[in-house]
Design a protein around this ligand. Sequence first.
Ligand SMILES: [Zn+2]
Length: 217
Amino acid sequence: MYRAKTFWISFSNAALDWIYPPQCALCTHIGQPPVCGVCLSEMRPLPPLSEPTADDVLSFRLSAFEYEGRAAQAVRRLKYSRATSLAAFMADAVKTMACETDMADGRIVVPVPIHWRRRCARGFNQAELLCQAFPAQTIQKKLLIRTRPTPSQAGLNADERRRNLTGAFKVLSSLAGQRVLLVDDVLTTGHTGRECARALIEAGAIDVGLVTFAAEL
Ligand SMILES: [Zn+2]
């Protein structure tokens, strides 16, 4: 009975692969999903540590890939085309970067929040999906919230970007003595990560670092 069931599952999977061949989520060529070897080889890995500036509230910033080409496409496809098949691959890259540098040790993992209205429209928060490779007991999805919708940062100058995000984040419980690893999909100007870190430190966090899938250089 067990062997018949196993055979039927294998047969069904093979039939499905024949009808719908596995495709790369980025170039759509038939191959190993979600990202084929060619697309992966086109992503530019970043060195393990970036130096924070002297006045930075973030103690470190880590990113797996440069935000260009296939890596930027992965960020956009997850967020705007809801290609959630990419999430596990991207989450693994985030966790590997944090763990290779020992930066996840003893930290709670907090996704950068999006406003609830945007979450309803999109159906998910991409930063939460990128936390999924960390141990479940370390992830705190409801600790940090975005209190108001913030317009896109694109097209704003540095002052406008800072004002746009000031006071936009709130922590819902005390973090006395805690160390935090913030997770996001992409690091551009760093204003979002810094504003989140300010809110977390005000709530008692003693150290906040950021890891992202990609970073704009
Ligand atoms: Zn591909």
